[in-house]
Design a protein around this ligand. Structure first.
Ligand SMILES: [Zn+2]
Length: 487
């Protein structure tokens, strides 16, 4: 492949398996490679690479390691349960046992960097981060610094992936087998023990590789994460045909339509056009040159992180990243209790995945009706609602009203609700059936009890009138709401 001019500030390479097309015999990934180009911008190639099926050797190795409990696994950011979080797993390749401290330091540096950048800073609580210590027999990775150098490493990573010098890839089946030992592993990041710029991001396997010792490794990884997590396009204009003539792209941040057409068609980033966002690469409009072509494709901002290192994501890209953060971690995290409920003696609550810096809008409804004053509440005791006998659906709702998401479809992902079916019967303690539980009811019960009326035979052993009947009545009496019926 081509040799690229060395650029000290921005040496990057990304491989993105943007499409994993199932063929009759094997999986073919469309792989996208990013590396530094001219003027500080990124440049790239698109290649196609078959994904080999897992080898018996790699599966055996992973299985043996699992059964031996060979890996030290630590959770570095624990935001909550893994089935409602985006779990990121960091693993290392080419680190000997003596180099684990270096690996730990590089992981910590990457995490600190990523969660100091928006939108991950605000939406940190949507992510868990785990680290698996994988020890290699030899230090460094294959084909470093030149092709043909072979090292004995745990994950078999190396440069010259698919014949491209700066592309790093490894044994995906080993990597995925080991990552599955973590509590969750939606995204896997493999830090490679090298100072030479290089990396890869496999969209199909959701594995990102980066040479962690390079000075720009943190920016490289953030750019890669934009691909692997946010499905974002590159916004640089080299590597493909000079003029793009294909159909509209499926990427949120590249379009065949310029600003005027987007506004007319109400498509792509039309919601943002004409406004400037100083935090997110400034003005949103349309600049020709994106996704490897100089003409025929437009990008939303002048020079975002998807075009150059050391930059911000632009506003439409941030919208997409926030959207995917909510796909991976829904706003309502848990609720209790579960089931259908009879009577007033219950209280209902829920928790949300809380962003940094702003609260979610939360409110409660009985059916379609918003409960007045319920905004901002996470718990309700049914007695507070003073429900008359009947059937109800109690609904708790939460919505992230961040200004960073405008698209109506995407905003749906920022909304959540949970509900409970509730039946309020005529209270058994209401002996006088006047809708009020009061002293008169207690007198009524005691009268029945002293007359050994079956109506007062409330508890086992049935047929006897004893302490247990009184106890049961007092339980029913106190179970209902003190103010029930007063409203
Ligand atoms: Zn890229």
């Amino acid at each position: 492949m081509h040799r690229r001019p060395f650029c000290i500030s921005a040496l990057v390479l990304i491989v993105q398996n943007s499409l994993a097309a199932q063929t009759q015999d094997s999986m073919i990934d469309t792989i996208h490679v990013c590396y530094p180009g001219e003027n500080g911008h990124l440049a790239g190639d698109v290649i196609h690479m078959p994904i080999d099926p897992p080898t018996l050797e790699s599966l055996d190795a992973a299985e043996q390691a699992q059964s031996r409990g060979a890996y030290n696994i630590e959770t570095l950011i624990d935001s909550g349960r893994s089935d409602n979080r985006v779990d990121i797993v960091f693993m290392g390749d080419g680190y000997t046992e003596d180099e684990l401290d270096l690996f730990h330091a590089q992981v910590n540096e990457q995490i600190a960097f990523m969660f100091d950048k928006e939108p991950f800073k605000t939406y940190r609580s949507h992510f868990n981060v785990h680290r698996i210590d994988v020890i290699s027999n030899e230090s460094g990775i294959d084909n470093d610094p030149v092709e043909g150098i072979d090292r004995d490493t745990a994950l078999d990573t190396g440069y010259w992936c698919s014949g491209i010098e700066r592309a790093i890839c490894g044994d995906w089946s080993k990597i995925r087998s080991i990552s599955s030992l973590a509590p969750g592993d939606e995204q896997v990041i493999v830090l490679c023990n090298s100072t030479r710029y290089g990396g890869a991001a496999s969209f199909g396997q959701l594995i990102s590789y980066v040479a962690a010792g390079h000075s720009a490794a943190d920016w490289v990884l953030l750019h890669e994460f934009g691909h692997a997590f946010g499905h974002l396009a590159d916004e640089y204009q080299t590597g493909g045909p000079t003029t793009y003539t294909g159909p509209e792209t499926i990427r949120t941040n590249a379009s065949i339509y310029d600003a005027e057409d987007q506004l007319a068609l109400e498509t792509k980033w039309h919601d943002w056009i004409g406004e400037s966002f100083p935090e997110f690469d400034g003005l949103v409009g349309s600049w020709e040159g994106a996704m490897y072509s100089s003409f025929g494709l437009f990008r939303p901002s002048v020079n975002s992180l998807m075009r150059s290192l050391g930059r911000q994501f632009n506003m439409p890209s941030v919208e997409e990243l926030v959207y995917f953060s909510h796909i991976g971690a829904r706003v309502i995290d848990s609720h209790s209790p579960q089931g259908e409920f009879h009577g007033h003696g219950h209280s209902f609550s829920f928790d949300v995945v809380q962003p940094v810096g702003h609260d979610l809008n939360v409110w409660w409804q009985l059916g379609f009706d918003v409960i007045p004053g319920s905004e901002g509440r996470f718990i309700y005791d049914l007695c507070e609602l003073q429900l008359q006998p009947g059937e109800y659906v109690l609904i708790a709702k939460a919505q992230d009203d961040t200004p960073w998401v405008r698209d109506e479809q995407k905003r749906m992902a920022l909304f959540g609700n949970v509900w409970w079916n509730i039946v309020i019967d005529t209270p058994p303690a209401d002996r006088t059936a006047d809708g009020i539980i009061d002293f008169a009811d207690l007198i009524h019960f005691l009268n029945d009890y002293s007359n050994e009326d079956p109506m007062a035979d409330l508890a086992e052993p049935f047929g006897e009138f004893d302490f247990w009947d009184v106890s049961e009545y007092l339980r029913l009496f106190t179970e209902v709401c003190p103010t029930h019926g007063d409203g």
